[in-house]
Every structure is written in structure tokens, then in C-alpha cells.
Design a protein around this ligand. Sequence first.
Ligand SMILES: *[C@@H]1O[C@H](CO)[C@@H](O)[C@H](O)[C@H]1NC(C)=O
Ligand SMILES: *[C@@H]1O[C@H](CO)[C@@H](O)[C@H](O)[C@H]1NC(C)=O
Ligand SMILES: *[C@@H]1O[C@H](CO)[C@@H](O)[C@H](O)[C@H]1NC(C)=O
Length: 395
Amino acid sequence: MAPSTKLLLLSLYLLQSLSASFGQDAVKGGYWFPESGFPASSIDSTLFTHLFCAFAVLNPQTNQVSISPSNNASFSQFTKTVQSKNPSVKTLLSIGGGGANRTVFASMASQSASRKSFIDSSIRVARAYGFSGLDLDWEYPQTAGDMTNLGTLLTEWRAAVATEARSSGRAALLLTAAFYFSPNLNELKYPAQSINTNLDWVNVMAYDFYDPSWYKFTNSHSMLYDPSGRVSGSSGIQAWIQAGVSAKKLVLGMPFYGYAWRLVNANNHGLLAPANGPAGPDNGAMTYNQIRNFIAQNNAPVVYNGTLVMNYCYAGTTWIGYDDTQAISTKVSYAKQKGLLGYFAWHVGADNNWALSQQAQQSWEAEISGTGHYSRSRRIKNGPDGVLSEMIYLV
Ligand SMILES: *[C@@H]1O[C@H](CO)[C@@H](O)[C@H](O)[C@H]1NC(C)=O
Ligand SMILES: *[C@@H]1O[C@H](CO)[C@@H](O)[C@H](O)[C@H]1NC(C)=O
Ligand SMILES: *[C@@H]1O[C@H](CO)[C@@H](O)[C@H](O)[C@H]1NC(C)=O
């Protein structure tokens, strides 16, 4: 090889390494919503780069985005509140959510005039309330037509955001969306090309795979890997990349909650043990904070399964599948090694003394980014307090 070629390759290599490390901001995200009962003023925003304020509502008559009167005060103060501890944290207004009426979104997206009402009002509200971006949470499109219309909506939204930035002279609003864990939603396919072109990134909801209301065996609802090949976070991420969404636009969703199953037999308390429904209200959903209290009160054993990347704990006939610090740490390391943009949590108010958020931030910083060009690091041990205590570098 001629020396000049070598030099060229070396420069390309250095350029690539640089852009991998500095070119793209990382996303360490979290959702907050007022119904959690957790005050926005208590968020330790130093642990996040982006906070999503959830949810703005879509009016079925006008197709306009607005903030419900009961949330007006907390949403209008949200950015100022969280920036008081971390002036560089960015805030996004999230629209819709799991409880919103999906038919209203489908109807809005189906016509040019209603899309325009949605888009223009969303930008107006974001600016009026001091958000840096907008996040679409339409759960979920139901038809192939909905998916096509979603693609069109994102194209028009991006164009409108760019136009507004030019006329206001301000930085363009960020545009993101929270999508199903896989681009293949039952028989439907998300419009990957429009998503990749028009969104700053996608929040991949890699959780809620199973819950005790319908699944009659104990399980993780958010496993990173599934040896049996059914459903897992990594298979969803892989499918999004294969569909054409850049890894650099994917943000891995992690639940700060778990599900409590009622065991059929208290002595059979492993993974995939027979269960007969939820142990508790809300389909057995419990915040990490509640789970840590349960563990403390019942002296419950905690098991980490590194094959699936999940934790569980049990006491009596209650069995809880969730993500503790080990699972969170491994998921964040996976996200960074895979070259993803970052991670997000649903939801920040569910954490327990910031243990998961701190673990996530540390694991992201500890993991050397990228694709194995120059070095890899691997966490091999958790200290008793969940703090990184040992690392090896494979150069
Ligand atoms: C909502 O909050 C904004 C900003 O504080 C305020 O100007 C506006 O009057 C409020 N709207 C309602 C309907 O309360
Ligand atoms: C959802 O919205 C559609 C269209 O506006 C309406 O017909 C339907 O009743 C709504 N569903 C619920 C559960 O509110
Ligand atoms: C983790 O779970 C898998 C699937 O249930 C099981 O095959 C494996 O033995 C478990 N590993 C550990 C270390 O418990």
C-alpha cells in the first residue's frame, strides 16, 4: 500500500473515531408525567440530557395540540424547574400516550388540513411553554393507511419545524417519537424511511412484552435477549436497523417498573413458573421504588439473569420481574456498544433514590463508544451498592 493511501486511511479512521465520540450528542432521557405524583421539582436533572414532559392532548374536533388545564401550571414551569439544577438539560413536550385515543391520531393524520392544525399548534405550544422539542406518542397506528399517513405527517412536521426555525432565527425544535419496540407492528410496518429522514431520533419502547393479566407464567416484560427467539429489546433494535433507521437515531427504552405475578406454588419461583394473574392492582405494575420497598419489607431474594438481562425477586406467592441496577447497566452498555444514540426511562418518578438513573449514566460513561474500532470495555462486576467497582479494557 502506498504511504499516501495509508495516510488517507488513517485520516479517515481518525475522522470516524472523532465523529463517533463527539459528532452526536448522547441521549440520556426520561419521561415525567404529573399523574405519577412525583413533583418535577424533585427530578435530579443532572442525570439526564433530555426530559420528556408527558402528555399534551390532541383535540378530536380541532386537531390541535393543547395542554389540559389541570397540567397548565406544571407544564408551563417544567423547563424552568428542571433547568434550575441542570441548565443544559433539554425538554420535549410529549403528545398522546398509552391512554390517548388512537382513532383521533389516525383521523388527524389522514387529511392534509388536520395534519396542518396538529403541526402548527404543536409548534406554537412548544414555543409558548419553553420546550426544546416535540415527541409524538401515538399508540398505535392500526392500519397500513395509518402507517403511510404517519410517514407523511413526519415529512410535513419536519418541513414546518425547519421553516419556523428560519423565520424565528431560533434553533429548530427537536422532533422525536416513541414507537413500538419493533418496526413490525403485528402485520404493519412503520414508515422507516420517513422516520430516519425526519426525526431526530426514535424512543424504542422495549418493554411491556408480557404482563400478568394475560401471560400465565412468570417472565421479564423487558428482556434484552430472548434465547427462545420470541420477543426482546435487542431483536427490536436489530429489526429497526434492518428496516433502515440508523443506529445513531435509536434510543433504547428501559422500564423503571416491573410486573408482579401471583405464583401458583410459592416453592416454584423461577422464571416461567406457573402463575395465575397479577399480584396487585394495575395488572401488577409496580414502580422500581415500590419494588425496592417490597424487597426490604419481605427480605425478598433478588436474582439477576444475565442471559435474558433482567432481575426478579419473590416472597410468598408474589413474583416480580423488573430491571434492577444489573439489568440497567447491561442494557446501557449494550446501547453504547451497538452505537445507539442513548437510552431513556419510563419514568423518572419511579426510580428509587436515583439508583437506576445513576447506574445508567455511569454505565454509559464507562463504556467506550462504538463499533470496536479501537477498544472495547466491559463491566464485569457491580459493587454491593450498585456502583461500578471493576472494569476491564480489551484494547
Ligand atoms: C397557562 O399557563 C400560561 C403560562 O403560565 C399562562 O399564561 C396561561 O394563562 C395559562 N392558561 C390557562 C388556561 O390557565
Ligand atoms: C375515540 O375517538 C373516536 C373519534 O373521535 C370516537 O368515535 C371514539 O368514541 C373515541 N373512543 C373513546 C374510547 O373515547
Ligand atoms: C436465565 O433464564 C434462562 C431462560 O429461562 C435459563 O435457561 C437460564 O438457566 C437462566 N440463567 C440463570 C443464570 O439463571
